[in-house]
Write a protein that binds this ligand. Structure first.
Ligand SMILES: [Mg+2]
Length: 259
């Protein structure tokens, strides 16, 4: 009888003894999760700062994205951030364009790059490590020949609005003359039309740095009397050098760098 009467006390004692053990176990179990979160955050922070450095050109020439940033770049390119950043650039471009006085002589120009500016090669880079693999020209050329690259939606909208405002649109690309037909076909497929001129690398332009090639082509346009108000590109080599536009707009691209 005595042992039955004391059973509730015994149960209470067991419960009280069990509580600290349970709390202690929980904190031990949680430790790896906490550490994991810190490491994940470190990678994310590192890669975000790396992305900032390449977008601002502080990183200078680089070839492949850091291996620890493949997941970060994948998330950036396939998530909401890439279209959001692209739309922000397009919105600032349009605000500037709306303030330009169009002369009425057909000489007000806007220059667009093509790859990762008007057309997105994300389907190709998704299959090639998001810039973590060494660039393979042969497989990329095969992709270009397919002429299936989709438009960057924000750029397509900007393009249409600029056309409506009265700008003459010039397409200046590092692609080669032999890719002219595939490039024009792809642009039309993606919804672009009525460009004034499509400028590609001719045989004499091969081997020239993109900055020099594009500057020379802009210079030729200026010599023809065009006023280059704006220029849009995903590479600094699309925008800097000489004969630069009044305003240059840098689109995001953390996947590759062209000098
Ligand atoms: Mg480009």
């Amino acid at each position: 009888m005595a042992s039955v009467r004391h059973r509730p006390l015994l149960l209470l004692l067991i419960t009280l003894l069990a509580i600290p053990t349970s709390l202690s176990s929980q904190s031990i179990i949680q430790m790896p999760k906490k550490r994991h979160r810190v490491y994940a955050s470190d990678d994310s922070l590192f890669c975000d700062s790396w992305r900032f450095s390449v977008e601002t050109n502080d990183a200078g020439t680089w070839s492949n994205i850091p291996s620890r940033c493949v997941g970060f770049v994948q998330n950036y390119m396939t998530g909401a951030r890439y279209p959001s950043d692209s739309a922000a650039v397009a919105n600032f471009s349009l605000s500037f364009a709306k303030g330009v006085t169009i002369g009425g002589d057909g000489k007000d120009a806007w220059v667009f790059d093509i790859d990762e500016t008007l057309l997105s090669n994300l389907p190709y880079y998704q299959a090639h490590g998001f810039g973590s693999e060494t660039f393979d020209e042969a497989s990329f050329d095969e992709w270009v020949e397919l002429a299936e690259a989709p438009a960057l939606p924000a750029s397509l909208n900007l393009y249409s609005q600029l056309e409506r405002l009265g700008f003459k649109i010039f397409l200046l690309t590092g692609r080669s003359e032999y890719q002219r037909n595939a490039t024009a076909k792809n642009l039309l497929f993606a919804g672009y039309n009525n460009w004034e001129r499509l400028l590609l690398r001719g045989p004499s332009d091969q081997g020239t740095l993109a900055t020099v090639f594009k500057s020379q082509k802009r210079s030729d346009l200026i010599n023809e009397g065009y006023r280059i108000h704006g220029s849009s590109g995903d590479q600094w080599s699309d925008l800097v050098g000489f004969a630069i536009a009044q305003r240059s707009f840098k689109l995001p691209n953390p996947m590759y760098y062209i000098a």
